[in-house]
Write a protein that binds this ligand. Structure first.
Ligand code: CA
Length: 588
């Protein structure tokens, strides 16, 4: 009798909450950890904390995809446009998507109606390096989180968009900003933590990963990625990252960059969070002899303690701005090996043992790589020494070193746009770019808030007919199974589905669907502006929906040199598009 009463009380409360519309259905640990298989919602960046971007949906397949039609389109509005790089989340019938200039929208997933909008009030003088982008939100409990261009972490009530709390990650005047989607990780010791990295690798920032309580935003642990700096927990020192001066000269590590600006993934099987780290500061490598750990690396971090469990450096002593931030994606082989793969800015596709970081193999995924001959069996690059930009102190006037032409360009064989892994084909689908750069070094000194490069550069094409290249890569041996060439550089992420589809967007404005086995183009639709964001698929009232943010921008038009001139006529925009198969027509 008592039990019944209790139940009645709880359901009455639930009913009251639903009637008043006061609370969103809370996102739980289980929802986060099962996100890859629950098709009705998407509560993580990457469609699952491992970041595979594989949807088990197969209603839209190779035979019917040509019938896709728009369901709705939502405008981000205002005069603020520029690059839209965000992956959307879907929960409880609501889409949460971030827009340029640190905006967040809640949209009815069925109709495209706006529920609320949050505009961060950005101060004068923010220092985003590579456009005013944001790459997505995070959900936990009844809060929705995102990072802003002035380096704040914002938590809003998911139902109303009202501010719950706001924390300063760092002083934006020092070159810090935040553009990545935060990562929520359930822990035993601290409950759910929200893990973030900092942006600002071009300003000599201190790259670090931090964990805060998802409920309150209180700082739990910090992990600087530069060797010689001390981590902390609850305000007390924990362990030093590496050893001071083991891979850095003098005090260069104190503003050595390594910004983990693209965020992380979490693997529940090994209980490790994987973060990539950006370029060392300054770009001029002659000023910092040594490997400069842990810049241009992948790190496995224990979310309980913030300690580094293993590190693997893709570009030791980087001299080309080959940030190592690209996503590290967990996958298992048929015989149960726990591996991870990443397609690096430096043009090589790496496969590691994700339990201990052991190097397995690396193969080129773009043509004409010039900075290294290969990645040796020990996992270290075999450099082409004459392709490192020359030492400026040895230049004719001591101000400019010899110029070299390096491939890939500093915008990378692959940049921020995430790849996808299909559990059907066992292949990775990698959005890549084929380009090179003239680069030379100059002297430079660290100054807070000023660009810390010591380099001059211009990007050039290397093929007449294309820059972008979507590739299907077999992680067993790095072989390329098919390739789709695109005239403009690819800058949007990839989704793959159990329906046998590979979906991505182009700067030319096409959302494109490919056959996952052959690379044949099955369908395309022009959304009227460039696509530089990753698509998603979810199930809405029994229908498979495919969504993507549209809006041209990002680093290419700002830093693309010759390529920027080539794409200057692409129109800006700012909208969210959703597609589905046609509703049954009123034929009878
Ligand atoms: Ca960089």
């Amino acid at each position: 009798m008592k039990f019944r009463l209790k139940l009645g009380f709880v359901s009455a409360l639930a009913l009251a909450a639903a009637t008043l519309g006061a609370r969103a259905e809370p996102v739980t640990d289980e929802m986060l950890l099962n996100d890859a298989t629950n098709t009705k919602s998407i509560v993580t960046n990457g469609l699952g904390t491992q970041g595979q971007r594989f949807s088990p949906l197969k209603q839209v397949d190779k035979t019917n995809v040509k019938s896709l039609v728009p369901a709705w389109s939502f405008s981000f509005g205002g005069e603020k446009q520029r690059g839209q790089e965000a992956q959307a989340l879907v929960h409880d019938g609501v889409i949460y998507v971030t827009g340029s200039y640190s905006r967040l929208y809640a949209i009815d997933a069925k109709t495209g109606d706006k529920k609320w909008e949050y505009d961060a009030r950005l101060p004068e003088g923010i220092l985003p390096c590579c456009d005013v982008v944001n790459r997505g939100a995070a959900l936990y409990g009844d809060l929705v989180y995102f990072g802003t261009l002035d380096a704040q972490l914002v938590a809003l009530h998911a139902k109303t968009g009202k501010l719950a709390w706001k924390k300063e990650i760092e002083d934006f005047k020092g070159g810090y900003s935040m553009t990545a989607a935060p990562l929520i990780v359930p822990t035993t010791a601290h409950g759910a933590l929200i893990l973030t990295g900092v942006s600002g690798g071009e300003f000599g920032v201190v790259g670090r990963v931090e964990a805060r309580k998802a409920s309150t935003g209180d700082l739990v642990w910090t992990r600087p990625v530069l060797e010689g700096l001390m981590g902390s927990m609850n305000g007390k020192d924990t362990t030093m990252t590496g050893k001071a001066n083991e891979s850095w000269p003098g005090d260069m590590y104190k503003f050595g960059g390594g910004a983990p600006w693209l965020g992380g993934t979490y693997d529940p099987e090994t209980k490790l969070a994987f973060f990539g780290t950006g370029n060392p500061g300054p770009w001029n490598s002659w000023m910092r002899a040594g490997d400069n750990k842990w810049t241009s690396s992948r790190l496995a971090i224990d979310p309980e303690t913030g300690d580094i469990k293993w590190g693997y450096q893709t570009t030791p002593h980087d001299g080309w701005d080959y940030d190592g931030v690209n996503e590290f994606i967990s996958f298992n082989t048929k015989d149960g090996k726990k591996l991870g793969a990443t397609a690096d800015r430096n043009g090589f596709f790496y496969v590691l043992d994700r339990t201990d970081g052991k190097f397995l193999h690396a193969t080129p995924f773009v043509a004409k790589i010039s900075w290294a001959k290969e990645i040796g069996k020990d996992g270290r690059p075999v450099y082409n020494d004459d392709n490192r930009p020359g030492d400026p102190t040895k230049g004719a006037d001591g101000k400019e070193g010899s110029q070299v032409f390096s491939v890939p360009s500093f915008l990378g064989g692959k940049n921020q746009m995430p790849m996808a892994y299909s559990q059907n084909t066992g292949l990775f689908y990698v959005p890549s770019n084929e380009w090179g750069m003239d680069i030379h070094n100059e002297p430079v000194a660290y100054k807070k808030g000023a660009a810390y490069l010591g380099a001059g550069f211009t990007i050039h094409t290397i093929f007449d007919d294309h820059i972008g290249s979507l590739k299907a890569i077999d992680p067993a041996d790095g072989s390329i199974k098919w390739e789709y060439k695109n005239v403009a550089p690819l800058w949007g992420g990839v989704l793959t589905t159990a329906g046998g589809l590979v979906i991505t967007g182009t700067p030319e404005g096409y959302l494109m669907v490919f056959d996952d086995k052959t690379g044949e183009v099955l369908w395309k639709f022009n959304v009227g502006t460039g696509i530089v964001a990753p698509p998603i698929a979810w199930e809405q009232d029994g229908q498979e929906m495919i969504g993507v943010a549209a809006g041209w921008g990002g680093a290419v038009p700002l830093w693309g040199g010759d390529v920027a001139k080539q794409v200057k006529d692409i129109n800006q925009g700012g909208s969210y598009w959703v597609f589905r198969l046609p509703q049954k027509t009123a034929a009878n």
